[in-house]
Design a protein around this ligand. Structure first.
Ligand code: ADP
Length: 206
């Protein structure tokens, strides 16, 4: 089963996959974190990716597709979850060439709420755990004791650019997947646990 996660930045896609992994065995294809891994290597490609990311722009589709194909090449899992992909019509067309989308989970959240969450978000520099300033004011990761940091693209200016890119390029995919009959909308303003429960139910039905 191939599942795509759609939703504005800050709608909780990363938190959801983190929580789902405790209940479900799946291959996670998280484009954003794979791109951040490439940045961390300090490679030329990583520098190119960082320059795009820090401006709130999409990374070129050919780079994204290389990342995805690498992830899928030795996959043995029957469930694959794509987080942060596809983000444009071009990418959705590329995905259709590789596999069928069985389920598109749309985490629906208002832009104002998304911005509040992004401004509160902390990410562990060591294990990638996502948490908040409210939960971890000491900036220590509760999972691995690593240092919690603010993502370089989580500033109000860059977040607004990412929202605009989402509105123009990613939002039209909601209609596309609704029309193909695979879209399920989830109220993402609920707590992470409520969102998890709703999503688990949908996956069981599918
Ligand atoms: P968010 O969903 O909050 O933007 P991500 O970690 O998913 O967080 O993405 C961070 C950045 O990585 C994006 O702003 C973009 O620059 C790049 N990125 C992630 N996914 C894609 C994608 N599918 N296509 C192009 N660029 C991407």
């Amino acid at each position: 089963m191939n599942i795509v996660l759609l939703g504005i930045q800050g709608s909780g896609k990363g938190t959801l996959v983190q929580d789902l992994s405790k209940h479900l065995d799946f291959l996670l294809v998280s484009v954003g974190s794979s791109l951040r891994d490439e940045i961390a290597t300090g490679s030329k490609l990583g520098k190119l990716i960082k320059s795009k990311m820090d401006k709130g722009e999409l990374v070129d589709t050919n780079i994204v597709m290389d990342t995805i194909n690498k992830k899928l090449s030795d996959n043995k899992k029957s469930i694959v979850i794509f987080d942060g992909f596809p983000r444009s019509r071009e990418q959705a067309d590329e995905l259709d060439k590789i596999c069928n989308v069985d389920l598109a989970i749309y985490l629906n959240l208002k832009k104002e709420d998304a911005l509040k969450r992004i401004m509160n978000r902390l990410t562990c520099s060591k294990c990638g755990n996502i948490t908040t300033r409210v939960k971890c004011p000491d900036l220590v990761c509760p999972v691995c004791n690593g240092k919690l940091t603010v993502r370089s693209d989580d500033t109000p200016e860059v977040a607004n650019k990412r929202f605009e890119q989402y509105r123009l390029e990613t939002e039209p995919l909601i209609k596309r997947y609704r029309e193909s009959g695979v879209l399920v909308e989830i109220d993402a303003s609920k707590t992470p646990n409520e969102v998890l429960k709703a999503v688990m139910k949908v996956i069981k039905w599918t």
